[in-house]
Write a protein that binds this ligand. Structure first.
Ligand SMILES: [Zn+2]
Length: 99
């Protein structure tokens, strides 16, 4: 897999965060990453909160795209191991206060 473009933009339409599944609403900033693998091309989108915590916890995450898990699954699966700060667990549970 190769990343051909990434950065932040403002949503011109609603998107779902691929990490926590919250809705990124019109006008909100989000992080995008366009990837290519053979003939497959896709854009991964995440809300700013997820992006920040993915970056902070980068060493805990599996970088192999074949084993990719969204932040939501990673946090909830390892919630009781004390790996994740309490505010991240709470943030993921509430989709950063949106539910
Ligand atoms: Zn998110």
């Amino acid at each position: 897999m190769n990343t051909i473009n990434d950065g932040t933009r403002r949503a011109r339409k609603p998107h779902r965060c691929d990490e926590c599944h919250r809705i990124i609403t019109l006008g909100q900033q989000y992080y995008y990453q366009t990837n290519v693998d053979g003939s497959d091309i896709w854009t991964h989108r995440s809300c700013i909160e997820c992006r920040r915590h993915v970056a902070l916890q980068w060493d805990l995450l599996d970088h192999d795209a074949d084993n990719y898990m969204p932040l939501r699954e990673l946090v909830l699966e390892y919630e009781h191991d004390g790996v994740w700060p309490a505010e991240v667990v709470e943030g993921i549970r509430t989709r950063w206060g949106t539910i």
